[in-house]
Write a protein that binds this ligand. Structure first.
Ligand code: TXA
Ligand code: MG
Length: 299
C-alpha cells in the first residue's frame, strides 16, 4: 500500500486522476489547484461543468486557505470533522473556477477514512473529488464498483467497503442562515442541535438533480413493499424487493444492494421507504432520485 500511495501522489502531482475511498462513497480525485486536472474529472464522469466539486482536505489542513471561516463553521468542524459533512462557505481568493463552477462559494470536507487521510496528508493539498461514478449513476461504495467505469489512466486505491455508504450531508453556511443542500451521512437533527434549525435552500446544490443514482431496472418506492410486490407479481411481473432495516446498516448497504438487485434482470425493483428521520431522510432522498431516474430511460 505504501508504494501504491506514493504512486498515487505522484500521479496527482502530474495532473492525473485517482479514485480513493472515503467513509461515504469512493471519490474521483484531482489536484484542486490544477485547473486542467480538475477538468479531467468532468470529462471522465461525463458531468456538466456547471456542477461544483467538493474539496477534500487532510485533518491537518487549514480550511481558511480555501474559504472564509466562521464561528458556525468551527462549531460544525469540531463536531463532525473528520466525517461525512460538507460545508459550503464563501471561497478564498485563488480557489479555481473549475472547482467552484464559477460560484463564490466552495464546498469543503475532511473525510474520516484512514486511506483518504493518508493520501491527503502525503499529497499535501486539497483534492477536488465527486463520487467516482458516471454522471447520473449509482455512487460506488467498493473499489469493485468502480471497475470498468474509467480508462486505465485513472489509478484506483482500494480501501474496502465504505462504512457510511451514502454521500456527505451538505450544509450551506455562506448565507445569512445555515441551509441544508443535501441530506447525507450526518443526520440533520444532529446539525440542528448545534446551529439551530436549517433553512431549506431554494437554490439546491447544482447537480442535486431530481433524477440521479439511477438503476437500469424500474424502481418503485413504497411504504408497503410486500403488498406492492404481490400486486406486481399478480400481473406477471418479476419483482425483487429492497427492505429497510436499521438505518445505519441500511445506508451502508444501500448502493451495493441497488446494484445487486439491478443486476438480477427482473422487471421491477420495489424499495421500502425508510422512516422519515435521521439517516432515513438521506436514504429516502437517494431512493426517490433513483426511482425517478430508473428504467431504460436512465440511459
Ligand atoms: O460524500 C461525498 O460528499 C462524496 C465523497 C467523495 O466526498 N462526494 C460527492 O460529490 O458526493 P458529488 O460531486 O457527487 O456531489 C457533491 C454535491 C454536488 O451536488 C455539488 O453540486 C454540490 O455538492 N456542491 C459542491 N460545491 C458546492 C458549492 N460551492 N455550492 C453548492 N453546492 C456545491
Ligand atoms: Mg455524486
Amino acid at each position: 500500500m505504501e508504494s501504491e500511495l506514493s504512486a498515487a501522489v505522484a500521479h496527482l502531482k502530474a495532473g492525473g486522476l485517482v479514485v480513493f475511498p472515503t467513509e461515504t462513497v469512493y471519490g474521483l480525485g484531482a489536484d484542486a489547484d490544477n485547473p486542467l486536472a480538475v477538468r479531467r474529472i468532468f470529462a471522465a464522469k461525463g458531468r456538466p461543468l456547471s456542477h461544483p466539486l467538493i474539496v477534500h482536505l487532510a485533518p491537518s489542513a487549514e480550511p481558511r486557505e480555501w474559504a472564509k471561516w466562521s464561528t458556525e463553521a468551527q462549531v460544525l468542524a469540531d463536531a463532525f470533522w473528520p466525517g461525512p459533512l460538507t460545508m459550503v462557505l464563501n471561497r478564498a481568493p485563488g480557489v479555481c473556477d473549475e472547482v467552484t463552477a464559477g460560484l463564490n462559494t466552495v464546498g469543503l470536507r475532511v473525510p474520516a477514512h484512514p486511506l483518504a487521510q493518508a493520501l491527503l496528508t502525503a499529497f499535501g493539498g486539497g483534492l477536488a473529488a465527486p463520487s467516482a461514478n458516471r454522471f447520473g449513476r449509482l455512487s460506488p461504495t467498493t473499489a469493485a464498483h468502480v471497475h470498468g467505469t474509467f480508462d486505465e489512466s485513472v489509478q484506483v486505491l482500494d480501501g474496502g467497503p465504505c462504512s457510511v455508504g451514502i454521500e456527505s450531508t451538505i450544509v450551506d453556511l455562506s448565507g445569512p442562515r445555515p441551509a441544508i443542500l443535501r441530506p447525507g451521512g450526518i443526520p440533520i437533527e444532529d446539525i440542528e442541535a448545534l446551529v439551530g434549525s436549517l433553512a431549506h435552500s431554494n437554490t439546491p446544490a447544482p447537480g442535486a438533480l431530481a433524477k440521479h443514482y439511477a438503476p437500469r431496472t424500474t424502481l418503485l418506492l413504497t411504504e408497503q413493499p410486500a403488498k406492492e410486490a404481490a400486486r406486481l407479481r399478480s400481473l406477471g411481473r418479476q419483482v425483487e424487493v429492497l427492505r429497510m432495516g436499521e438505518p445505519v446498516e441500511s445506508a451502508r448497504k444501500l448502493y451495493a444492494e441497488l446494484r445487486r438487485l439491478d443486476g438480477m434482470g427482473v422487471d421491477v425493483l420495489v424499495a421500502e421507504r425508510a422512516p422519515k428521520r435521521g439517516l432515513g431522510l438521506a436514504i429516502n432522498d437517494r431512493l426517490e432520485r433513483a426511482a425517478r431516474g430508473s428504467g431504460a430511460k436512465a440511459d
